[in-house]
Design a protein around this ligand. Structure first.
Ligand code: ADP
Ligand code: MG
Length: 386
């Protein structure tokens, strides 16, 4: 199973300027599994989350993200494996003693309490004296930019404001970990885009370790120091967004994160790389894959369209193609191409660097060998994504 061992550069240092700032905890999952009867919801997950890191658990519905988060939170016990926080095993520590804040998709504010009373709740449970409570509530409301809303009731707030109150309530006691399960899932896109930036800012201000669940790959790209891609209860790959995008380790990761053209063929090893037969052509790709069904994956912005008959230079691959469609996107243009075997290819051209290609044209599709990756083909991935 390919995975990155390189943690993102993170700072666990206390940030000045926010009264709730503190040092984030290190979380270590080792061989974690969760079974429900015969069904395996989480399957041998190992993951280290560094102090102060923003880690996103990304995957399709049912892939085990929430179950993993619930095990970290203490809402579910693992069937096997270990969970450590700062080196201490906490599988048997009850949820309320784990020093973790939690935010769910549905805000779960107490409707009969004001915003300030909602935020006071976890402080009261911890026996924080009243004067100190008031200071901390002010700091939490200021952090989520709702300074003037303490006296309102949840029903008097918009969905986005209620979710910011839920964040304030989760951070008010300076937990060393903040767990969020699709917190923006119920909000419309504009609000979501803005709150993503708010969450990123709050993370930077607090220094807390964030573990964030989403099925939205764009959201994961915006927010994360690193992303763990889940599929069928397992982690397929862990790494910074750029690494998952540029160097996906499996076809599932390549298809789940961003757009790509997948060229399927038969791999043969050759010196420092592989050659794959696709549409009766030999294509080169970096990396070795020995004598199996292979897929070469290329991102749309790495593909170029040239006139038919164009001869590729050294270090380039080329395939004949037909332009099947054009999509104008303002800052860029997408070209949908069809390859000789009928399979599709997707090219993205930046405005200002558009080719002359039009719908119906015969063209040459070309790309640098080093801008592609070769991966084991996986028929199941085709079933999921088509
Ligand atoms: P995700 O958050 O990625 O959508 P979940 O972790 O919620 O996925 O669920 C993973 C799988 O485990 C799903 O197939 C789900 O139906 C199953 N599952 C989750 N909780 C339970 C439960 N309490 N009993 C039985 N199956 C469960
Ligand atoms: Mg879920």
């Amino acid at each position: 199973m390919p995975s990155s061992t390189t943690p993102a550069p993170v700072s666990g240092a206390t940030r000045p300027g926010n009264d709730l700032a503190g040092r984030g905890a290190r979380i270590e999952l080792t061989g974690l599994s969760k079974h429900y009867g015969d069904f395996t919801a989480v399957d041998d997950v190992s993951l280290v989350i560094e102090p102060g890191e923003f880690m996103t658990l990304l995957g399709p519905s049912g892939s085990g993200k929430t179950t993993t988060l619930n095990i970290i939170a203490g809402f579910a016990g693992p069937s096997s494996g270990s969970l450590k926080v700062d080196g201490t095993a906490i599988e048997s520590t009850p949820a309320h003693k784990r020093d973790m804040g939690v935010v769910f998709q549905h805000y779960a504010l107490f409707p009969h309490l004001t915003v300030a009373e909602n935020i006071a709740y976890p402080l009261k449970r911890r026996g924080v004296p009243k004067a100190r409570r008031a200071e901390l509530i002010d700091a939490a409301l200021a952090t989520v930019h709702l300074g003037d809303y303490g006296h309102r009731y949840p029903r008097e707030l918009s969905g986005g404001q209620q979710q910011r109150v839920a964040v304030a309530r989760a951070i008010v006691y300076s937990p060393r970990v903040l767990l969020m399960d699709e917190p923006l899932g119920a909000l419309d896109k504009k609000l979501r885009d803005w709150l993503q930036l708010e969450i990123k800012r709050i993370h930077a201000e607090l220094g807390t370790t964030f573990v964030y669940v989403t099925h939205d790959q764009e959201e994961a790209l915006v927010l994360s120091d690193r992303i763990a891609v889940f599929n069928h209860g397992r982690i397929e790959q862990v790494g910074p967004a750029s690494e998952l995008y540029e160097r996906p380790g499996t076809l599932f990761v390549a298809k789940f994160l961003g757009e790509s053209t997948v060229l399927r063929g038969e791999a043969t090893p050759e010196g420092d790389g592989s050659v794959v037969g696709v549409c009766a052509r030999h294509l080169r790709a970096p990396g070795r894959l020995d004598g199996t069904r292979a897929a070469i994956v290329v991102r749309p912005e790495r593909l170029e369209v040239r006139p038919a008959g164009h001869e590729p230079g050294a270090g380039w691959n080329a395939l004949p193609a037909t332009v099947a469609g054009e999509i104008y996107l303002g800052s860029s243009r997408k070209l949908e191409l069809t390859l000789p075997d009928g399979s599709p290819a997707l090219v993205r051209e930046q405005a200002g660097a558009l080719s002359d290609a039009r719908r119906g044209d015969e063209v040459t599709l070309t790309w640098r060998v080093r801008d592609s990756v070769i991966l084991a083909d996986d028929p199941e991935v085709e079933a999921v994504f088509t």
